[in-house]
Design a binder for this molecule. Sequence first.
Ligand code: ADP
Ligand code: MG
Length: 373
Amino acid sequence: AAPPAPAPIRQLPEAVVHRIAAGEVIQRPASALKEMLENSIDAGASRVSVTVKEGGLRLLQVADDGSGVARSDLPLLCVRHATSKLRAYEDLETIATLGFRGEALASISFVAHLSVTTMTRGAQHAWRASYQDGALLDPPGAKPCAGVPGTVLTVEDLFFNVPTRRKAFRAGGSEEGALILDLLQARVFGGGTRYAVWAAPRVGFTLRRQGESRADLATSPGASRLDVVRAIHGPDLAACLLPLAVSRGLEPTADLPADAPGGPHLRAEGFVTSLAWTGRRGALVLFINGRCVECGPLKRGAEAVYASLLPKGPKPWMFLDVALPPRQVEVNVHPTKREVGFLGQDEIVDAICRELEATLLAAMSSRTFATEA
Ligand code: ADP
Ligand code: MG
């Protein structure tokens, strides 16, 4: 049979385009929460409290004591590609904030009911405003109200207008709740992005299910990273952790000559389980320049170091906070920013793995020595 007559090409309505794009940035409650946590950290908060209901599908609320949003910026808060963090494309080379696309809150406002209460330091009162489809709802507009300095963002009924996505999540959202906990905890088991450990001692987090008096997670500002790991994962893991620190210059490249600002230089610090660790499952919690990311080559390299020292031993648990010159890191890889590219990856992985091996060997020989003595 002859092919049918072609369907006419039409321009999609803008709201449809935005709603489709929003689904790529915000895939589930945990991805909305990741964006909100990053905003609170970017705003210089030292306390961040998260409240969820039905795994974040019904309610996801993040309250911080950060900078707040100026009254005059409220109309722009959820406008797509509006950001306080990036001005020119070149700024991406040296960007120090976690956000820069001005896409997260806009995206959320296309797939949920979003409202904000915010107050800057020194202001007389707070402002409250609600958003839909990228715009401030006006009327009622921004209304003055009582408050404390900082920002409370409330996201309700996520995916209320995306029935297929909504249905994909189990009733009650228990699975999503577990993902959200994982996001904050850097748990031994499972993936996700993990902030409570990384942001210590600067930021304390509380995570609570609405209506519960007991928090699922509570860390206080000032607690060390090791304290946070101990509080979350218990003393057995904490007792097996060895500090790992790497600091060294790297081979200059054409992109990053030796005299480039920030040089080609690697700094990494964190904790790794010693060979005494017998836990069943492991994880690599990796932050590069403050971004929680994945790096297959580093994970495989580190696991190979453990396997060479203790064949068939348990998978290690590792937390690594890596700092590279911003120019060495390509952050603009993916909207969810899950992966970062960086220059000189092989050399960096190699440097970390060699230090890891030396750290494990030193701990092993001091232990042997202690037993013999
Ligand atoms: P981005 O973080 O990429 O700039 P977002 O959509 O996440 O984009 O946020 C848009 C803007 O809203 C930010 O640039 C920031 O100015 C402001 N903002 C969002 N959350 C907060 C917060 N918790 N405290 C202060 N300002 C915020
Ligand atoms: Mg952001």
